[in-house]
Design a protein around this ligand. Structure first.
Ligand code: BYC
Ligand code: FE
Ligand code: FE
Length: 474
């Protein structure tokens, strides 16, 4: 059970470790300063209908109620410990899971935890201005829910840094509050977390695509032989599901609304669609291309000795490691990866250990494809002959084998010039952004009302009606 009488709610018996508790209580005001500075703009006084974790059990962990966000009870919640848990892969397979950090893996593990932790506040920074253009109170509440939970994910990593990494850990925890998304001098660590999230279509795409990278990375870390990391990530995954729900249904509602308007007015041409105040399907496809490509970069290089080390040493597993039917050591196994050779994309096998990143990316793409198919179901149901497609994996990549190549969404290898000539057909242009922003120039905050460019959701939050006052402006 979670102790809410403590200054920092937790289920790790924080009160018994005074030194750690004091260190975290020292970090807490710095965190709040960061939240005031970089959290949702002009949100301090709003009362938001949020869920808060009250138990770490999978069923009924949450309680709903109005909270001012700076008063949200950010805490430290780990899945309960399994006394018999073992390291399930790599060279230490079969030995008891580690309760302390093995000395020889200290810096590698710290780096992985810092990289994970860095993405959490980055996403809050990326989204901080979106409240000013929300399409409804329901959506405003959802983005705030996502933001407070990303804040909690930062707490989750900071706890590990403070508890297990001593002074270096404390310094890293401070740096996590100092880097800034998109900052020229002190940016966030990974590429996608320095991209702007300028509008709500970008936000829904981000929570569908990029929060799902979060899911897959957390799943891989939830296999870790370092048990506190595994237990932390398991609980974070219960929060992640809602973020991806917000993204998938957000895009679905935009598609639904666009299709309705296209049918009602019998228009197909993107400029006619835009003239009716909804987002044309071609622009949605371009946003999809952008978010998919920058997100699959987050999985790292196709062939990565770092990834091989993480796996071999038991620090980071594969997606659903324990259900995979193989030896979990992968000494002689191979895995196919693609690259450009002689002006064509070719596939060849490399050692499975170095292809761990690629395998996780493929697992991710498989799940993404299922979501895109569900989106297409909406367009199909509306009788419109248009389908969204995932671009080729090599399209618009900055990391791995395809970095520096010019690959079309269909997977053709192009010259730089010919790629540049078609860029605006494939990725959102300045004009696309200007159009989407023009639709979202104001916010809709009357209970039960929705902006013209998005359909209402099927149901409200926690069985509340759609015209519920999800956010109170006092
Ligand atoms: N941008 O050997 P490689 C989430 C660097 S999202 C910039 O392939 P590795 C969330 C790399 O650091 C989940 N740099 O890398 C979502 C390395 O640098 P060095 C976040 C990049 O280590 C939404 C070099 O390139 N969690 O939670 O195998 C909202 C060589 O690369 C990038 C994690 O990522 C990039 N995209 O793999 C809120 C889990 N990619 O050594 C939250 C922790 C690579 O040359 N991170 N580089 O200096 C990891 O496991 C690994 O760091 C990565 C990279 C999989 C990301
Ligand atoms: Fe997160
Ligand atoms: Fe998330």
């Amino acid at each position: 059970m979670i102790d809410y009488t403590e200054k920092i709610p937790n289920n790790v018996d924080l009160g018994r470790d005074r030194v750690l508790q004091r260190a975290l209580e020292h970090w807490q005001p710095a965190y709040l300063d960061w939240w005031y500075d970089m959290g949702p703009d002009e949100s301090k006084e709003l009362e938001v209908y949020l869920r808060t974790a009250i138990s770490v059990e999978p069923d009924g962990w949450a309680q709903f109620g109005y909270v001012k966000m700076p008063e949200y009870r950010w805490g430290i919640f780990l899945q309960p410990r399994d006394q018999n848990r073992q390291v399930n892969f790599g060279i230490h397979k079969g030995t008891p899971a580690w309760q302390e950090v093995p000395g020889e893996y200290r810096s590698t593990l710290r780096r992985v935890i810092v990289t994970q932790g860095d993405t959490e506040p980055a996403s809050v920074e990326q989204q901080r201005l979106l409240g000013g253009s929300c399409p409804s109170l329901y959506d405003l509440r959802n983005i705030f829910q996502v933001n407070v939970e990303e804040g909690r994910h930062l707490w989750a990593m900071v706890y590990l840094l403070h508890r297990y990494f001593g002074r270096d850990g404390r310094e890293e925890a401070e740096s996590l509050l100092e880097r800034r998304s998109g900052d020229a001098d002190n940016p966030r660590i990974l590429g996608a977390f320095n991209e702007p999230t300028p509008d709500w279509l970008a936000f829904y795409m981000f929570t569908f695509f990029t929060d799902r990278d979060g899911k897959f990375q957390l799943c891989a870390l939830a296999e870790s032989g370092f048990d506190p990391l595994a237990r932390t990530c398991r609980f974070m995954l219960t929060e992640e599901a809602h973020h991806m729900f917000v993204g998938e249904t957000g895009v679905a509602r935009i598609l639904q609304r666009t299709c309705e308007v296209m049918n009602e007015h019998k228009v197909e041409d993107p400029s006619d669609v835009r003239a009716l105040g909804v987002i044309d399907l071609q622009t949605i496809q371009r946003y999809l291309n952008f978010h998919f490509s920058v997100t699959i970069d987050l999985f790292g290089s196709d062939a990565s000795s770092n990834a091989a080390t993480y796996f071999t040493t038991g620090l980071k597993g594969r997606y659903e490691e324990t259900t995979i039917d193989d030896d979990h050591v992968l000494k002689d196994a191979e895995y196919p990866v693609s690259e450009v050779s002689g002006g064509k994309i070719v596939t060849r096998n490399i050692p499975a250990l170095t292809a761990i990143n690629e395998r996780l990316r493929d697992d991710y793409i498989h799940e993404i494809q299922a979501g895109v198919t569900r989106w297409n179901g909406i367009i199909e149901k509306n009788g419109i002959p248009f389908r969204l497609t995932l671009p080729h994996k090599g399209f618009h990549r900055a990391i791995g084998n395809f970095a520096g190549q010019h690959i079309s969404p269909e997977g053709d290898v192009l010259s730089e010039e010919s790629w540049n000539n078609r860029r605006d057909k494939w990725l959102p242009s300045a004009a696309d952004h200007a159009f989407v922003e023009s639709l979202m120039s104001g916010r809709v905050i009357e209970p039960g009302k929705f902006a013209n460019w998005i359909a209402p959701p099927i149901r409200g939050i926690n069985q509340q009606p759609l015209n519920f006052e999800y956010v109170r402006f006092n």
